[in-house]
Each structure stands twice: as C-alpha cells, then as structure tokens.
Design a protein around this ligand. Sequence first.
Ligand code: C5P
Length: 225
Amino acid sequence: MSSVIKIAIDGPAAAGKSTIAKMVAEKLGYTYIDTGSMYRALAHKALSRSIDTTNGEELKNLLQETEIVLVPSETGQAVIVDGVDVTEDLRTQQVTAHVSAVAVHPGVRQLMVDKQRQLAEGTGVVMDGRDIGTAVLPHAELKIFMTASVEERAMRRHIENNERGIETSLEELQAEISERDRADSEREVSPLKQAEDAVLIDTTSMSIEEVARQISELAEKRLSR
Ligand code: C5P
C-alpha cells in the first residue's frame, strides 16, 4: 500500500482542471502544482521585455535566468517571479494570447519539465497541465484527462470573468479557447493528448463537487492498492 501518490490532471483549456486539482489536493493534504502558471510566468516576463515569442533560444535563456516560485495561497497558488508576486498579471488576455507560442519551444519545455519533476519529488502532488501524464510524470499512480465541450468551457470562463469584474464576449472566449487547444494539440513536443492509461472525465454536465468526488474516490482506490 502506497502512503502517497502522484496525480496528473491534463486536458484542454478552461476545463476546470485547476479548480478541481486544488480541491483534491486540499482533501488529500497534497501539494497542488498548476504548471500552466509557469508557462504564463515566462510569457509575462517575455512580453514585459518585448522578447519575440517565436525565438526559442532567447526564451530559453530568459527562463534560465528567471526564478519562478509557486507558493500555496488562500486562492490556490501564488506565483512569485524574481521575488515579485505576479499571480494576478498572469490571467490577462495578453498573456493568455501568447502563452501557447512560448510553450511550443523544446528548450523551454525541457527546463520546465525538469523543474516540475523536482517539485513533485518525494511528495504527494496533484499537478495539472497538458503533458503531465504523458511527459512530466509518466509513472503517476492516477492520471485524469478532463474535458468538456468548448461551449461549456467558454461559458464557465465567461461567468468566472464576470464575477471578477472582467467583461469578455462569449464568442471571443470560445474562439480563444479553441485556438489555444489547436496550438497545444498540434505542437511537436509533448502535445496535449490523453495518456493511454488516463481516466477520461467529461465534465460538461457535471458539477465541480461531482468531479472532485470522482477523482478523490479514484485516488483512495489507488492509495489502498
Ligand atoms: O493551464 P493554463 O491554461 O494556465 O495553461 C496555459 C498554457 O500553458 C497552455 O495553453 C499551454 O500552451 C501551456 N501549458 C503547457 N504545458 C503544461 C501546462 C500549460 O504547454 N503542462
């Protein structure tokens, strides 16, 4: 019987991975790691320095001289870049529009994957992203591929933005989400893809609580093996 396990949650944009991963981690007393925030942190820094996001070499060098620290917080996870809390800045439309271009580069991904594996070492984690089950933690005891229709995902993001006082059009959100999924699925290195041994959960008509419960039950089963 294992005392702690590693849980990988992958899936397309805005499928609710972070919300669920946070809840499951809290329930199990595990560390929650949102890997998308790491790519967003690099995109944010690159944009602030007007670095061309198609230049993989420059982005890799930039990442090498960047300190990204993930800190558990009340809202889930704060992101500290070079000593500055940039958590709120990472959700802007500008960062969202450029992050997939930054995440395409193999040199960038290798450094990110190394760092993500270090963070997961020797501890119980719930890690969410696009390539966790396929590339970062291929031996994770539990892998989930979480999805929902693009209409439902856009609607959820729309409501979330409204609650945060951000005006967004539903059509624009749907287009942005579809475009990001396309870019993430078509890239050469570690594309967004369901791992063969992942459990597929379509959350389109499920509540957050139902999804969290289902994953927690699967985790309990793996823990008692
Ligand atoms: O999860 P989130 O939407 O914040 O991720 C932002 C972007 O970061 C994704 O659209 C993808 O391009 C990239 N990403 C990735 N691999 C991960 C996590 C995120 O390529 N493990």
